[in-house]
Write a protein that binds this ligand. Structure first.
Ligand SMILES: Cc1cc2nc3c(=O)[nH]c(=O)nc-3n(C[C@H](O)[C@H](O)[C@H](O)COP(=O)(O)O)c2cc1C
Length: 366
């Protein structure tokens, strides 16, 4: 058995292997409700051999969307639509399904990436953030959050968690990364408050921790709740990796079960030096410091790299993003290339290398 294809458990979540499909926005919802695109996209991924899959960033409120095409979980129609998507996936495979809850904060109210991804301007909706600082050029200046906003957003995450439980996902993931609302509280570059929610690290993490605690209170004990976090900001004066270690320890104290160590822009234009496995060392240090189940992400596109990361204890699991978009069967191919029996869907069984000796050499990519 390889490390990558060994089973793992996070609370009651039993995983057949260590591979997650990373959450990836599809910007294709209508009124926050999934449609045909989501059925085929997640359907293909569900039979691709990964143990688990995170449904993309799903907004907890209408203002918390990045674009008009983002999924939402703040009304009954959305809840029904997402429940239908989860049932569809259950009929296809036993992949574990999670959902990522988010609020876009000052990175909201944008065009879809294929329309340039810029701010919607006067056609958009009002934004909120820790401080009244725009994310970048052409982006709206958000309102600095006031007491009722804190109450409303925390409640929206709690309600979102309750709805996620009702649609029957196996795990919950909170988005504390990539400069969205909760992440923007953590970074001193986007949080310039001088009240109880800004300034020192303990104040900057106060609201994200309150939200995590509210979601945890709705989410059953044993069923995992994880968090995605930026390892640091890649900018002077930004969040440091030491800060991140403290934040992860505090998240553990409020009942977070796993951490996905990620990277993404808190400020427009930040350059993140990306190369294969570039976040693995950070994941390893989070794992060692906190003892929490840790998921690594970031250009882990070679099965051998993923195998080494798990075998060497850098992470407990890996999340694969873009490679899954181009090849939803990434995990099946990884199994074959590591010499492990791949869990081919039975409909494809006759095409598997085991049924067709020599196929591994003949089929491109196997
Ligand atoms: C199309 C696309 C959409 C994404 N949407 C999300 C998202 O909804 N939530 C999130 O946390 N990260 C999102 N990401 C980041 C990925 O989850 C992942 O962290 C990133 O792509 C790096 O992993 P990779 O090198 O394997 O692609 C997205 C990435 C892509 C390419």
């Amino acid at each position: 058995m390889t490390a990558l294809f060994s089973p793992f458990e996070i609370g009651s979540l039993a995983l057949d292997n260590r591979i997650f499909v990373a959450p990836m926005c599809q910007y294709s919802a209508s009124g926050g409700v999934p449609g045909s695109w989501h059925l085929q996209h997640y359907g293909a991924l569900a039979v691709g051999g990964a143990a688990a899959m995170s449904i993309e960033a799903t907004a907890v409120s209408v203002e918390g969307r990045i674009t008009d095409g983002c999924l939402g979980l703040y009304n009954d129609v959305q809840e029904q639509g997402l429940a239908g998507l989860v049932q569809h996936l259950r009929r296809l495979s036993s992949i574990r399904v999670g959902l990522q809850l988010t609020h876009a904060g000052r990175k909201g109210s944008c065009h879809a990436p294929w329309d340039g991804g810029g701010g919607l301007g006067t056609e958009g909706w009002p934004l909120i953030a820790p401080s009244a600082i725009a994310f970048g050029q052409g982006r709206a200046v958000p309102k600095a959050m006031e007491a009722p906003d804190f109450k409303r957003v925390a409640e929206a995450f709690a309600v979102g968690a309750r709805r996620a439980l009702r649609i029957g996902v196996d795990y919950l993931e909170l988005h504390l990364a990539h400069g969205y609302l909760l992440s923007s509280f953590l970074s001193p570059l986007s949080n310039r408050r001088d009240d109880a929610y800004g300034g020192s690290l303990s104040r900057r993490m106060r609201f994200p921790l309150e939200v995590a605690a509210r979601a945890r209170a709705e989410w059953p004990a044993g069923r995992p709740m994880g968090v995605r976090i930026n390892c640091h900001d890649w900018l002077d004066g930004g969040l440091s990796f030491d800060d991140t270690l403290h934040i992860c320890a505090a998240l553990k104290d409020v009942g977070v079960d796993f951490i996905c160590v990620s990277a993404g822009a808190v400020v427009e234009g930040v350059r993140i030096p990306a190369e294969p496995g570039y976040l693995l060392d950070y994941a390893a240090r989070v794992r060692k410091a906190t003892g929490l189940a840790t998921r690594a992400v970031g250009l882990i596109h070679q099965p051998q790299l993923a195998e080494r990361a798990i075998a060497q204890g850098q992470a407990d699991c890996v999340a694969i993003g873009r490679a899954m978009l181009f090849d939803p069967r990434w995990a099946l191919k990884a199994a074959i290339s590591l010499g492990v029996q791949a869990a081919f869907p039975r409909q494809y069984g006759l095409g598997s290398p085991r049924s067709w000796p020599g196929a591994a050499a003949a089929l491109p990519g196997y």
